[in-house]
Design a protein around this ligand. Structure first.
Ligand code: 5GP
Length: 177
């Protein structure tokens, strides 16, 4: 049975501090340019809302959604884009904003797919990175926090659509009764 950890893993004050640090780094890197920020639905919506307001570089925003088909909660490797970016990408500086990089399969597919539309540049900013769980090589350009393992919820991340609205980040623990 899955239950929520009682202790907060990442407190909202640490999230706010880290988001501002990321935003400052991104603003410096893109100074004088305009960003096309692409949020990966649904999990990135809160992170992206905070990030876009903390960045001083002008941003246009759009969203993409991908589904992973297969058994269980892990990515199967068969990724399908179910909602694509609607704004023009060609010649733009695209910054993909994702909640979490786990196996890397979803972002590998999204980056490869959007690259076909000839952006000027394409980078990835992930709120969380579970580096040890990669099935394909993938490096995000900006990472909020690095995790070892565990299933994370809160700050936009869900467990069966629950807990997305939590302002802090928790771990789901699997209890064996
Ligand atoms: P990947 O394709 O990198 O394995 O998985 C990326 C997607 O899996 C994330 O966008 C997220 O939706 C989901 N995911 C991976 N790990 C977690 C986690 O710890 N918590 C939640 N809520 N979703 C996760």
């Amino acid at each position: 049975m899955a239950e929520l950890s009682k202790e907060i893993l990442i407190h909202r004050s640490d999230i706010a501090k880290r988001v501002q640090e990321l935003a400052d780094e991104i603003s410096r890197d893109y100074a004088g340019n305009e960003i096309l920020m692409v949020g990966v639905l649904k999990g990135a919506f809160i992170f992206m809302a905070d990030l876009v307001r903390a960045i001083s570089t002008p941003c246009h925003t759009d969203f993409i959604r991908a589904a992973s088909y297969g058994a269980g909660s892990e990515s199967s490797g068969h990724i399908v884009i179910t909602k694509n970016v609607e704004l023009a990408i060609e010649g733009r500086d695209v910054l993909i904003v994702e909640d979490i990089v786990d196996t890397g399969l979803t972002l590998r597919h999204i980056v490869d797919t959007l690259s076909l539309r000839n952006p000027k540049s394409i980078k990835v900013c992930a709120f969380l990175d579970k580096r040890k769980r990669r099935k394909v090589p993938f490096e995000a350009d900006y990472v909020g926090f690095t995790m070892d393992d565990g299933f994370i919820v809160g700050y936009g991340l869900d467990y069966s659509e629950q807990y997305r609205f939590f302002p802090d980040v928790y771990v789901i623990q699997t209890r064996v009764d």
